[in-house]
Design a protein around this ligand. Structure first.
Ligand code: FS2
Ligand code: SF4
Length: 542
């Protein structure tokens, strides 16, 4: 196997024996093949569109879910992945019949085989099948961005929101990563175009979420526990939590969020549920301890799954793109009501959660809420009470080096405000950083996709302050990344013209030296240093 798509890749270069994430070589192989057949079917759909033919939403959803399934920590179930490969090959066969001109299709577009040939084929189509390291780097950068985009698309699709333009781009771009006639220059351009559709994809999801559940608003979230048994829901899919909250109402079972599901508390539509008790624990990587002490069943709606311990494996359920062998998967297509009754009955037999902390955290600062506070924010900037905003969005992870972000948050000047989104926030959202004239010093917009809100806020501030360039704002970017959703967020920011983004705790292994050079020279992308050095870099000498 060879995989280097996430920040925790072995030795900062690539997982070759087994994934640091727990992915086996067998699962890695089937994921490689799923990406390959997804590229193949995307070439066919792209050609169909060029012939003026319509591609059905079902096919769009199939491709989107395929990519999402291969995101880090989403699905460890080999059979589930194999079944998606089979479905994709079957769907592609039908699409090929609709294609008028089949000349010059790639091997991926034409390949079909039975299960017994999957292993041999997978060995030939992985990341290393592109020999030139710069072309490989760009193809993977684009593919990972598209994986992130697919995750956001899937959540919007679950709320019956589709954007054919985003789907058509995603498939066209996927197909282009197969095209040997494209050189580095064209692929750099495609990388930026991917960022453009990243903005569109996040906008689509923002519209889907806020139309269905209202605009996030300032909310205090309880981090303690109640006395009744509970279900812990993690991942990013708001449609899933909506169904779970409805189905648990009046059952005597409470619902708690974990990790990236925390921002569900910020939505008005979910506040009416009195059994929606609080947030339990921290970011995804602490789940081994926290799922154990939660005592009740856990529903993973997306990544990030850590291979479970036997002590709670029978309490772990998956749904959507998530999967783990031996854990019950709750089915349900787009538009269908999922049946969570088994999880609810399971919860009733479990002890209530063990308390691991008490108190509250505050969030809900997505664009609508921050723009409602715009006068106060602009006033604080004009008076000098707020000197800088620091975007610290992104992901959390296991690496000890990520303590940098806690230390960085603590060391910030008292007139700096953190803008955050994603699970990176758990490195500092329980510190008592105080407020500036009533504006908390950590403004949490929501999930990683709500980085869109941070971009909207920056664009609004640019307008209010009458600036020509987004980079003239008093905003610095110090982003933590882990998996491929952070890649699409980064590409979206680059597309919006944001320069000098710092990315840590390490730069992606999939950036070849030449590709990294392009990003450094054109966009000022940089890594992180020591907290002390970075304080000086961002804020100057005391
Ligand atoms: Fe965190 Fe994992 Fe959100 Fe990433 S829970 S690293 O999926 O997308 O952020
Ligand atoms: Fe390694 Fe990350 Fe790939 Fe898992 S997803 S195999 S940890 S690079």
């Amino acid at each position: 196997m060879f995989c280097y798509q996430c920040q925790e890749t072995a030795g900062c270069s690539g997982c070759t024996q087994a994934g640091v994430c727990g992915k086996s070589p067998e699962v890695a192989a089937m994921q490689d093949l799923l990406v390959y057949v997804s590229k193949g079917i995307s070439e066919v759909t792209t050609r169909l569109r060029e012939e003026g033919k319509k591609v059905s939403p079902e096919i769009n959803h199939l491709i989107t879910l395929n990519l999402f399934t291969t995101i880090t920590n989403a699905n460890f179930d080999e059979e589930a992945i194999v079944s998606r490969i089979v479905t994709t090959i079957d769907a592609k066969k039908e699409l090929l019949e609709q294609l008028g001109d089949q000349n010059n299709l790639s091997e991926a577009a034409l390949w079909e085989a039975g299960r017994e040939e999957f292993g041999a084929k997978a060995a030939k189509v992985g990341v290393l099948s592109t020999e030139n390291e710069d072309i490989r780097s760009l193809r993977e950068l684009i593919t990972y961005g598209l994986k992130g985009l697919s995750a956001y698309g899937k959540h919007a699709n679950a709320l019956l929101n589709d954007d054919e333009e985003v789907d058509a781009f995603l498939q066209k771009a996927l197909a282009k990563t197969l095209d040997d006639s494209l050189g580095a220059e064209e692929l750099v351009a495609l990388t930026l175009e991917t960022g453009k559709y990243g903005v569109n994809g996040m906008a689509l999801l923002d519209k889907a979420n806020t139309t269905a559940y209202g605009n996030p608003e300032i909310t205090k979230v309880n981090i303690g526990v109640g006395k009744r048994p509970g279900i812990l829901i993690s991942g990013h899919d708001l449609r899933d939590i909506e169904m779970l909250l409805k189905q648990t109402e009046g059952t005597g079972v409470d619902v708690y969020t974990h990790s990236e599901m925390l921002p569900a508390h910020y939505y008005p539509a979910f506040k009416k549920y009195t059994h929606f008790t609080g947030n339990y624990g921290n970011a995804w990587w602490k789940q081994k301890e926290e799922f154990e002490s939660f005592n009740g069943p856990v529903l993973m709606t997306t990544n990030c799954i850590v291979p479970p311990k036997d002590s709670y494996k029978d309490r772990l359920y998956t749904t959507g793109a998530a999967g783990f062998p031996g854990c019950k998967h709750i089915p349900g297509e787009i538009g269908e009501e999922k049946d969570f009754s088994e999880i609810i009955e399971h919860a009733k037999k479990c002890a209530s959660p063990t308390e691991i902390e008490t108190g509250e955290i505050v969030g809900g600062f997505a664009h609508n809420q921050v723009l409602a506070l715009a006068d106060a924010v602009v006033g604080a900037v004009n008076s000098g009470a707020i000197k800088k905003f620091v975007v610290m969005a992104g992901c959390d992870g296991r690496a000890k080096s990520r303590n940098y972000y806690t230390d960085f948050a603590k060391a910030l000047p008292k007139d700096a405000v953190i803008l955050t989104a994603g699970c990176a926030k758990y490195k500092y959202n329980k510190l008592d950083l105080g407020d500036i004239g009533g504006i908390p010093r950590v403004l949490d917009a929501g999930q990683c996709n709500d980085s869109y809100s941070l971009a909207i806020i920056a664009l609004k501030l640019k307008e209010v302050f009458g600036l020509d360039d987004i980079n003239d704002l008093p905003i610095v970017y110090n982003i933590a990344w882990y998996e491929q959703k952070a890649v699409i967020v980064l590409l979206a920011l680059l597309y919006l013209g944001v320069k000098n983004i710092h990315l840590g705790p390490t730069l992606p292994a999939f950036l070849s030296p030449n590709v990294a050079k392009v990003l450094v020279e054109n966009f000022g992308i940089a890594g992180i240093g020591t907290v002390e050095d970075d304080m000086e870099l961002f804020f100057g000498k005391e």
